[in-house]
Design a protein around this ligand. Structure first.
Ligand code: UDP
Length: 384
């Protein structure tokens, strides 16, 4: 019998961290509950897997804190306390709290203390100054040291960053995201043709960036690179999920300013990622700050497409450059265009790289390994 885990996440949207936890929560669905601090498509996805979900709305001030917020103010403290007070009775009916986001972790630490239940932190971020305010990092490290019984991190890079900030090395375990290959293999030629039709790509070469629209995801670099790739269409798949609407808007005007707007398609948030990945020739990852992990890279590999990605963070642990993908420095549109151009001109090499990527993804990033590592850690703690 598995432990009873109260999974917590503060968002209702589908970011990478949320998608990553669905398979683990499914393995625990007979004993556990998923608690969200906001409603949204994440709830629907979890429920579709037979996972019991509860949503507690509220915490407006807490929700409005952004990664870069320097001083959150007293209302945020109040939100944390009141959410924790509401969660504590539910926490008592579980063996562990498992927090999947930083905000959920802070609330879980208070609720766990009240309910006397241990807290596992699932850290999906790189705790570095490029991503988070000093206050944010200090608080996270303090709580990781004093409140968490274990910190599960999504890459060696995320582990190193936490430890470098003073985090507790002995509590840290790495668990890579695992992604199911089946949906990528189930895509039919007719679906690929329909997707290319939908975006008016026809038989022209197409490249794509998959990921939410956020400044640090670097979609702008892809637009700049497109100037050097005159016959190529670019698909930007994803939407602003966490308040980056101004950036999303600016991308559209940038495309016009760069003279590439007629070759750029803004696809918005899509649920058919495997199909869209197989519908394009090269997949780009363009983050200009180090990426904690980068699910989209593994997904591109599963789609057997060559992936050109920017170095840094967890990405370096996924791609062996030149073999199963290509790594380039961040924010360099000339180098990006050069790499894409070489792959488009050499379909044999592009195909070889796509196959090598698939082999790596199937070997290193399986759902089985992810669920097995996560549950081994939880059950080990239960037995301790
Ligand atoms: N994704 C999606 N629909 C979109 C864009 C992205 O489902 O329109 C998914 C994508 O397939 C991936 C996840 O969102 O699984 C993004 O995860 P990643 O680790 O790349 O970035 P994060 O959002 O965690 O920063």
């Amino acid at each position: 019998m598995r432990s009873r885990v109260l999974f917590l996440d503060h968002v209702g949207a589908l970011g990478g961290a949320e998608l990553a936890l669905i398979d683990v929560a499914r393995a625990y669905r007979d004993t556990s509950t998923f608690l969200l601090f906001a409603d949204g498509p994440f709830r629907t996805r979890l429920e579709r897997q037979g996972i019991q979900v509860e949503v507690i709305e509220g915490g407006t001030a807490l929700h409005s804190v952004r990664r870069e917020t320097r001083w959150p103010g007293p209302r945020v403290g109040w939100d944390v306390l009141s959410l924790a007070a509401r969660i504590a009775p539910l926490a008592r009916r579980h063996d562990f709290l498992h927090a999947n986001s930083q905000k959920a972790f802070i609330v879980a630490c208070v609720a766990g203390a009240v309910a006397r239940r241990p807290v596992i932190w699932d850290l999906n971020d790189l705790l570095i100054d490029q991503h988070f305010s000093r206050l944010n990092i200090t608080l996270d490290v303090l709580l990781a040291r004093h409140c968490a019984v274990r910190v599960m991190v999504n890459s060696e890079a995320s582990a190193r960053a936490l430890i470098a900030q003073g985090g507790p090395a002995h509590k840290v375990r790495v668990v890579y995201n695992g992604i199911d290959a089946a949906p990528f293999d189930a895509v039919t030629d007719a679906e690929i043709a329909a997707a290319r039709d939908e975006f008016g790509i026809g038989s022209r070469p197409a490249i794509a960036v998959f990921g939410r629209l956020a400044e640090w995801k670097g979609q702008r670099t892809a637009l700049q690179a497109l100037r050097h790739l005159p016959d190529v269409d670019l698909l930007l798949v994803g939407d602003a999920l966490f308040g980056e609407d101004a950036y999303a808007k600016s991308l559209r005007s940038d495309a016009v300013g760069l003279g590439v707007a007629d070759r750029v398609r803004f696809a918005g948030f899509r649920a058919d990622i495997p199909c869209l990945m197989r519908a394009v020739d090269v997949i780009l990852h363009t983050s200009i700050a180090p990426e904690p992990f980068g699910r989209v890279i593994v997904e591109g590999m599963l789609a057997r497409r060559p992936v050109v990605a920017t170095r840094g963070g967890g990405v370096d642990e996924i791609i062996d450059s030149g073999h199963d993908g290509m790594l380039i420095p961040a924010g360099d549109p000339d180098l990006l265009a050069g790499a894409v151009d070489r792959l488009l001109r050499d379909p044999v090499e592009a195909d070889r790289m796509g196959r090598a990527g698939r082999e790596t993804a199937e070997r290193k990033f399986t759902v089985n390994a992810m669920v097995e590592t996560m549950s081994r850690n939880i059950e080990e703690l239960a037995g301790a």
